[in-house]
Ligand binder design. Sequence first.
Ligand SMILES: Nc1ncnc2c1ncn2[C@@H]1O[C@H](COP(=O)(O)OP(=O)(O)OP(=O)(O)O)[C@@H](O)[C@H]1O
Ligand SMILES: [Mg+2]
Length: 378
Amino acid sequence: MQIEKILIVEDDLIARKNLDQQLRKWNYEVKQAASLADARRHLDSDAFDILILDVDLPDGHGPDILKEIQNHRQKPMVIMSTGFGSVDSAVECIKAGAFDYLIKPTSPQQLEITLKKAELFNQLVQVNHYHNSIDEDEGSELLGRTEQMKQVRKLIRTVARTQATVLIQGENGTGKELVAKALFRESPRKDKPYIKVNCAAISENLIESEFFGHEKGAFTGAVSKRVGRFELADTGTILLDEISEISLPLQTKLLRVLQEREFERVGGNRTIRVDVRVIATTNRDLKQSVRNNEFREDLFFRLNVIPIQVPPLRDRIDDIIYLADHFLKRFTRKNGIKVAGLSQRCQDALLKHNWPGNVRELQNSIERGVILCGDAKF
Ligand SMILES: Nc1ncnc2c1ncn2[C@@H]1O[C@H](COP(=O)(O)OP(=O)(O)OP(=O)(O)O)[C@@H](O)[C@H]1O
Ligand SMILES: [Mg+2]
């Protein structure tokens, strides 16, 4: 997560100038304030990622502003800056919500380490925030005992190790998202962010900002800067779910990200570079979409480095009862209902059905069955 704007709050002119110079050398956007009043003016009119805050200021105590910041829309991280004699008060500030402290005079190395740490922390907070806002599916293991599913799992193990872009194709409910998750879990990036974008669920006019983020004021309603999913996924993996649904202009922008791993936020002109592994899914025949001029051919080739085809359930009949048994166990446990098992009649019916909704349909049918039949055999 990149830090861009820093506000230095420091009354000592020389210390302030030195800091300012150093930070500008590293291409940060820097503003200076010599007093608390000055700092408040800046905070009201501008958004900062970081505040470097002196403890003792002519019109008050630096920490006073810490409390005020907690209510700010774009809460900057605060790094206290203090003389050797007042380390205790800096520690107090950390207790009150400051991120770290620097001892004056601050060496460039020390400053650099602290900013790097802040960057990493910022990313973790955002990723965590993102994960808390999505529902995690419980059973996320890709089950199946048929040869086709064994092949899929083998392919996952082979390509998970690499950085290659993967395109997962298959009908609705075949388990494409589970395949993507398995690719992530078995990859060297498993401890890094895993960020999902459902391209079909986000409206056309918001999706670009969802991908790349936006700057404050980029469009009506953009009240503060927003980091996009590609930036959140930096050093990790991004899942572009239902990729066929994005518009042609956005396809062009996506192509650039896949080729160059760089982009600009909506309304911004700073180029942001990311290191992201891309996984995409689709339930459409993308080759057909290319022929219909609905999908860019060059983007298709970029995505289709490693294709994984997830077969429909009707083509792997031996998985039907196996999966049904598994779901039966899961839902009886979850609902505290006792069920003896699947009757022969039920098994015959399951095997006869064509499963247009694939594993999701099977899973839902079993869940419904468990709930409706109560403590009986069905
Ligand atoms: N092989 C499998 N083993 C266990 N559960 C599975 C399997 N395949 C699918 N499921 C379950 O079925 C449901 C649908 O799977 P998933 O969301 O991965 O499908 P999908 O292919 O992404 O579907 P859609 O195209 O509708 O988005 C999920 O609840 C998933 O846990
Ligand atoms: Mg899906």
